[in-house]
Every structure is written in structure tokens, then in C-alpha cells.
Design a binder for this molecule. Structure first.
Ligand code: AMP
Length: 191
């Protein structure tokens, strides 16, 4: 099984790129943000607990997202691997993921990093707010908190995966098609 991570700040295009890539490489795309939004839409206990944190632009507790990931790993057997989008987001999530995979004699296959400057993050999220209607895209202070949270809690993962020779950055400032091609070239070279 392959375990790819698509990584980058909010608004970098992770979800947009992940869907066609998952299809092309027969991977299950798992977006923890999407799973959490589904829980909120369904009004589950987990969704109720997560809502305030998501709406303020903070992270939900590690064990909540890790439970969802473990469940997904157990559920989808008919694929060549997984494309993780929005997970891991903290060093402790990355360490727990390594443990989870080690227990199955597996490891992270590669981290595909989409890097864009904060100013572009803001532009892209403002654009997405008009299209998708996500509550956490609509308010400047929430967007700013998500960017801050990314720098403080998620960016340290770059060194974590560099140290393990798993980190690969692709140019993400082009069109959706160009960025998609950059990622496919990278993934073909990793396979
Ligand atoms: P996303 O759709 O990936 O931008 O995620 C939306 C929101 O869901 C984030 O701002 C967090 O509040 C929450 N979330 C998603 N993934 C995680 C994660 N791995 N750890 C903690 N919170 C997460």
C-alpha cells in the first residue's frame, strides 16, 4: 500500500488536486476536514464537539482525527493506497501516523508539498468562500487564525519529513492543470 500525504497551507489546492490524483493512482482520498464537515452536517456528537474549534480556525484534538484515519485505513481495502489531505497537521499526529503504519509494516511513501505565500492563501480562500460557502472561509479573523495555526503547528512537519527524506515540494502557483502535471511528474518519479 502507498501512503501519500498532500501537504500545504489552507487554500494551497490540496483538495482540488487530490481528487483527480486519487482516481489516477487508485488511491483513497481522505480529507480530515471533509470528514469533519460531514460529521457537523449530520449533527453527530463528534461534529458538535468539533464545530466551535473549526469555526474559530483552530485544530480539533489529535485523537479525534486519528480515530477517523484509523477507521478509514481499516475500511478501504480495494485500493492501492491512501492520499491523506489535511492530516497530519501536528508533529504528534505525524508520530502517531508513523506508529499506526509501522504496526501494519508500512510507512509514509512521500509528502507532496504545495507551497504558496500567505497573501495567495488569502486570495484563494476569499475566492473559495464565494464558491463553497464554508463558514471557516468567510471571516478574515478565522482565516488569519488558520494561517497562524498552520505556521505554528503544521509547518514544523516540513523538517520532520525532510529529516526522513520523504519531503517533496512542487511549484503550486500555476493553473490547476499545471500544478496537477507537476504533482503527477513527482508521483511518477516516486513510484
Ligand atoms: P481543511 O478542510 O483541511 O482546511 O480543515 C478544516 C478544519 O478542520 C481545520 O481548520 C481544522 O479545524 C479541522 N481539521 C482538519 N484536519 C485536521 C487535523 N489533521 N487536525 C486537527 N484539526 C483538523
Amino acid at each position: 500500500m502507498k501512503y501519500y500525504i498532500i501537504f500545504g497551507p489552507p487554500g494551497a489546492g490540496k483538495g482540488t488536486q487530490a481528487a483527480p490524483l486519487a482516481e489516477r493512482y487508485n488511491l483513497k482520498h481522505i480529507s480530515t476536514g471533509e470528514l469533519l464537515r460531514n460529521e457537523i452536517a449530520e449533527g453527530t456528537e463528534l461534529g458538535k464537539k468539533a464545530k466551535a474549534l473549526i469555526d474559530s480556525g483552530s485544530l480539533v484534538p489529535d485523537d479525534v482525527v486519528e480515530g477517523m484515519i484509523a477507521q478509514a485505513f481499516g475500511k478501504y481495502k480495494d485500493v492501492d493506497g491512501f492520499l491523506l489531505d489535511g492530516f497530519p497537521r501536528t508533529i504528534s499526529q505525524a508520530m502517531d501516523l508513523d506508529e499506526m503504519l509501522e504496526a501494519r509494516d508500512e510507512e509514509v511513501s512521500g509528502v507532496i508539498s504545495l507551497m504558496i505565500p500567505d497573501e495567495v492563501v488569502k486570495e484563494r480562500i476569499a475566492h473559495r468562500a464565494l464558491l463553497e460557502g464554508r463558514a471557516d472561509d468567510a471571516r478574515d479573523e478565522v482565516v488569519n487564525n488558520r494561517i497562524l495555526t498552520y505556521h505554528r503547528q503544521t509547518e514544523p512537519l516540513i523538517d520532520y519529513y525532510k529529516d526522513r527524506q520523504k519531503y517533496h515540494e512542487v511549484d503550486s502557483l500555476g493553473t490547476i492543470a499545471q500544478v496537477g502535471e507537476n504533482i503527477r511528474n513527482l508521483m511518477d518519479s516516486l513510484a
